[in-house]
Design a protein. Structure first.
Length: 363
């Protein structure tokens, strides 16, 4: 198991460290619910250094990224980021990623469990005049999220960050004497920032934020609330909600799948399947008191129509929520269904996502 640069800090402050995607990371420090609500109301600090960073450079780097992703990278200007997915020849999702366009190169941020898979696949489809480097072990990543995140972060940054828009970033901005990439992105649905910095000084930045954020209620936050926060926003988790058996249209990612751009890997298969899709992603809220989990069957009129892929008890709503896939013909907002939770059928309702609508994301 790999330890992030902050492992010793986690071990000193959490008794709940587990293996996750090949890394040892804390599930929580105090409790999942407390940390979740702190992020919603004040601010939380996450170590997400397990995420991978692949650097793509060279004269044809933009052409290459257009080839391997479904979104349109040509729309990006330097200093902007884009959420997208990579697909295989069958249209299955290899990974969901964020791409950062720098002056002379691109940074692809990939899921921890897929770093080596992605790196090898990208090398196998590499075109001329493009270089790719795996910098995952050299870069640390921490995320500060919540309505007070800007206030806390600004206290240790001289440059004004109040005007940084969502999915934009500042490269080589200085934080306590160290140059970092600061991005206004996150996985929580709240105002937040992610800090990419050398593993040589990521700890110093973490310590500075923990210290300066005390008066504003900043708390360290673990994997547990990261999952409940993302699920309240209907954000997908690779390996649970999407994988290579799912194409982006089934996963509700039509908005980022640009079938009218230049050709990309998987496009032909996605176009072929477009009018044949028989299952779709859906979101539901429990009407009975129960916690849905991955694998639970979805029942309608006595028939099994699909399965849950992610579920939890929402700390914000105090109700069970979940997402999954069902037969497309049964999808209707407001429809009543049942979820088989440990052999007992519990009432639920299909709803429009996200579940939580009061976040500070666009503050």
């Amino acid at each position: 198991m790999v330890k992030t640069s902050l492992y010793d800090w986690h071990r000193s402050n959490s008794n709940n460290i587990i293996p996750f995607s090949g890394y040892l990371l804390p599930v929580y420090y105090t409790s999942i619910v407390d940390e979740h609500l702190s992020v919603r109301k004040k601010a939380g600090l996450f170590d997400v250094s397990h995420m991978g960073e692949l650097i793509v450079s060279g004269k044809e780097s933009e052409k290459f990224i257009q080839l391997v992703t479904v979104n349109d990278i040509s729309k990006l200007k330097s200093g902007q980021a884009q959420y997208t997915v990579m697909c295989d020849l069958n249209g299955g999702i290899i990974d969901d990623i964020i791409i950062y366009k720098k002056e002379n190169e691109f940074m692809m941020v990939v899921n921890a469990s897929n770093i080596e898979k992605n790196f090898q696949w990208l090398k196998s489809v590499l075109i001329n005049d493009v270089q790719i480097k795996n910098s995952s072990q050299e870069i640390g990543l921490i995320a500060i999220q919540g309505p007070f995140s800007r206030k806390v972060l600004q206290s240790i940054i001289k440059q004004d960050i109040s005007g940084l828009p969502f999915y934009h970033f500042i490269d080589e901005i200085e934080i306590i004497g160290h140059k970092v990439l600061l991005s206004r992105t996150g996985y929580t649905g709240e105002l937040g920032y992610e800090i990419y910095a050398s593993t040589d000084y990521i700890n110093a930045i973490w310590d500075a934020l923990i210290e300066t954020g005390k008066n504003d209620g900043l708390v360290p936050a673990g994997l547990g609330c990261r999952d409940t926060l993302r699920l309240e926003m209907n954000y997908l988790l690779y390996g649970n909600d999407i994988d290579q058996t799912i194409n982006p249209l089934q996963a509700g990612l039509n908005w980022l799948t640009k079938l009218d751009k230049s050709d990309f890997i998987g496009r032909e298969a996605i176009v072929t399947e477009k009018n044949k899709i028989n299952k779709t992603l859906f979101s539901f809220i429990m009407l009975d008191r129960a916690i849905p989990r991955s694998g639970c069957e979805v029942i309608y009129g006595g028939l099994s129509i699909g399965n849950v892929t992610s579920g939890t008890m929402s700390p914000s709503l105090k109700k069970g929520i979940g997402i999954g896939y069902i037969d497309k013909s049964y999808y209707e907002i407001g429809a009543n269904i049942k979820i088989d939770v440990r052999g007992k059928l519990k009432r639920a309702q299909i709803v429009k996502a996200p579940f939580y609508k009061d976040g500070s994301l666009h503050s």
